[in-house]
Design a protein around this ligand. Structure first.
Ligand code: PLP
Length: 352
């Protein structure tokens, strides 16, 4: 039976991806040298495409790492000598906080109840070097308003601002000039196979890494910001990268550019509204998240017994995510990524 993945990562492949994989094999992409001109052209095309799609300022760097989780670690390593601050409202933001602790940093946090966002600006010590946000908490279906992050940046200009957009890029429309480290991985909205992360870096973030290095503080080895950037200037990576992943990202970015980012954003909102309208009027199912904090890309529903609902949907070929952590048994999570059409959503809701 045909299966459609509404899981929040890995997820349904973007419809053009199987064809792009076929082409990659025919072009022997997996065998080319990562020091070749062909690779340099691929690297350059991919970063140019991302710059255009996301409107990344020219002076910002775009570098490749292995995953979203790696990006969390690299960002803390490269920008924090002593202390970081984390807005924690679910598993992914908590993971980032724990990574900072594991790296021996003095990590502080402000926690929101699961399923809620933050209503006030938290008090943050002036010695904080990095403030970390998870724009879209995939575990709870809560999205933060970009304005909330900008407001905190205004209030604490001495700190660098880092944002996890793994389950919202390229839907989320950010003003990168107000942010320093923004990252995502490709197996969510980009509808590609997992194993590639992208970090967008401000000149200030890069400068901070250099200054830590000058103080002889360890910022890692092969994936430090200075090393990544030195290689990126040559359109290369320090290590043998996930060349197939970069190839597929380049193709999907081109597909998104052809479709238009405005259309992708509009369709995402229309599909999300359809799902929330269904939940708001259903007799037993409800949205876990209140209106103000609702994510457009990961929708969490209270369904009573999630296993029963998941199994029923599975029989029709619809794979939805279970609830996260302690909500595993009562919630389902529906990824509303660009690979999913309005027709797919209507069919899913019909079954629900
Ligand atoms: C999936 C996800 C991650 C982890 O990304 P990986 O590429 O699996 O390391 C981090 N943050 C959020 C919000 C996610 O949804």
């Amino acid at each position: 039976m045909k299966q459609l993945f509404f899981t929040p990562g890995p997820s349904q492949l973007y419809p053009t991806v199987p064809m792009h994989i076929q082409n990659a094999l025919e072009q022997k992409i997996c065998s080319i040298s990562h020091r070749s001109q062909q690779f340099e052209e691929l690297f350059s095309s991919t970063t140019k495409g991302l710059r255009k799609l996301l409107t990344i300022p020219e002076e910002y760097a775009v570098v490749f790492v292995g995953s979203g989780t790696e990006a969390m670690e690299r960002i803390v390593e490269n920008t924090v000598e002593k202390s970081s601050f984390h807005l924690v409202n679910g598993s992914f933001s908590r993971r980032w906080f724990e990574i900072a602790q594991e790296l021996g940093k003095d990590a502080k946090k402000k926690e929101a109840i699961l399923g809620k966002g933050f209503s006030d600006i938290p008090k943050i010590s002036k010695v904080t070097e990095l403030i970390c946000f998870t724009h879209n908490e995939t575990s709870s279906g809560v999205a933060l308003l970009p304005e909330f992050m900008y407001e905190i940046k205004n209030k604490y200009p001495q700190a660098l601002i880092a944002v996890d957009t793994v389950s919202s890029s390229p839907y989320v429309n950010l003003d990168y000039k107000k942010l320093d480290c923004v990252f995502f991985s490709v197996q969510k909205l980009f509808g590609s196979p997992a194993g590639l992360g992208v970090i967008i870096l401000s000149p200030q973030a890069i400068e901070k890494a250099h200054s830590l290095q000058k103080k002889r503080i360890s910022i890692g080895s092969y994936h430090t910001f200075p090393t990544l950037i030195t290689w990126a200037q040559k359109n290369q990576t320090p290590e043998t990268p996930n060349v197939l992943g970069i190839y597929l990202l380049n193709e999907v970015v081109n597909d998104f550019l052809k479709k238009g980012i405005g259309n992708i954003r509009k369709e995402t909102e229309q599909k999300a509204e359809t799902i929330y309208a269904f939940l708001d009027t259903h007799i037993t199912y409800t949205s876990f998240v209140e209106k103000l904090f609702r994510s457009s890309t990961v929708i969490v529903a209270e369904v009573g017994d999630s296993l029963v609902v998941q199994n029923k949907l599975r029989q029709k070929g619809f794979i939805v995510g279970g609830g996260y952590g302690s909500f595993k048994e009562r919630q389902i999570r529906i990824a509303n990524f660009p690979a999913i059409t309005m027709g797919d959503i209507e069919n899913l809701l019909q079954e629900l």
